[in-house]
Design a protein around this ligand. Structure first.
Ligand code: BV8
Ligand code: ZN
Length: 251
């Protein structure tokens, strides 16, 4: 499947390209998504594990679940999709990477900046004094009893749970990028979780060319300009190659 001339034209002439990624871009690294058949929410109850209520009612269980996910993330590598996005930064005057993922695989692939709308799995902080704890050097202590060394408050993962505000400046920067960009790529997300999922439509309302890269249809498929029904690890490296050829054919 080739990319449409319209898409390549929009991309090659774009000053600012913005990208929103979801769990799907890490799927080819072997990280389970949330809502696919074998997704995390098929096995675990999000309300119980990815919410403040869940954490407060059973901090040890939630802690163990995040340890389990950290273990998985620690054992995987960024894939060709992550790497293509890192390379894409150099192709445009302005490139904004926005991610819902907490696995930091974009950064490990070489992306210089990522707006982490839902926080990250690496950091943790005390709920009382907000002291920050890094998973790697606190492994033993954090495994048994996530308590703060300074004030013995509960230490929690630095992810955004359901019902929690997203980091205000990060969300604002993502919304501004969606308004300002000429091309918006929605990659590997079911586009079900707000307010992140509203970003492609903000871009669309601001006359950007919006593209979805996802093997499956999503709730926004009917409202984007182009859909690429391929895994990100295949589509993105190919997009880089075709963009390069397209630009050369225009000189
Ligand atoms: C907030 C924790 C308010 C971190 C997560 C009713 C209607 C509308 C909204 C709501 C509602 N009830 C509640 C809400 C708000 C809620 C929400 O949107 N709920 C939805 C589910 C209905 N949102 C919130 O609670 C947010 N906060 O709104 O606060 C507020 C306001 C003021 C004051 C106080 C509070 C907080 C949202 C963040 C929640 N945290 N996780 C963690 O543990 O990871 S959400 C969870 O879903 C993950 O963070 C994930 O990032 C996010 C989105 O999922 P996706 O990334 O899209 O993953 P998914 O599995 O769904 O899809 C993967 C896709 O990849 C699929 O389409 C698949 O086809 C595709 N794919 C697979 N393989 C590939 C691929 N694509 C490409 N290549 C491949 N190879
Ligand atoms: Zn503390």
């Amino acid at each position: 499947m080739n990319f449409s001339e319209e898409f390549l034209q929009a991309l090659s002439s774009a000053r600012h390209v913005a990208v929103l990624t979801g769990a799907g871009i890490s799927a080819e690294s072997g990280v389970a998504t949330f809502r696919d058949q074998d997704g995390l929410w098929q096995k675990f109850n999000p309300a119980e594990l990815a919410s403040m209520e869940g954490f407060m009612s059973n901090p040890a269980l939630v802690w163990e679940w995040y340890q389990h996910r950290r273990g998985i993330i620690g054992g995987v590598e960024p894939n060709e999709g992550h790497k293509a996005l890192a390379a894409m930064e150099q192709q445009f005057e302005k490139f904004t990477l926005i991610t819902q993922n907490v696995d930091r695989l974009h950064q490990r692939a070489g992306s210089s900046a990522a707006l982490e709308l839902h926080g990250n799995l690496v950091e943790n902080y005390c709920m009382d004094c907000r002291a920050v704890y890094h998973f790697a050097d606190e492994k033993a202590e954090l495994r048994e009893n996530p308590r703060c060394r300074d004030c013995s408050g509960l230490v929690r993962p630095a992810v955004v749970w359901f019902g929690e505000m997203l980091p205000v400046e990060t969300l604002r920067a993502a919304q501004i990028a969606a308004q300002d960009c000429q091309v918006f790529l929605s990659i590997g997300t079911s586009a079900e979780v707000m307010p992140a999922a509203g970003l492609p439509m903000i871009a669309r309302e601001n006359f950007a060319y919006v593209v979805e890269i996802n093997p499956q249809p999503t709730v926004i498929s009917g409202r984007v300009h182009s859909v690429i029904r391929e895994p990100a690890g295949i589509a993105l490296p190919r997009l880089l190659r075709e963009l390069d050829q397209f630009r050369k054919s225009r000189v």
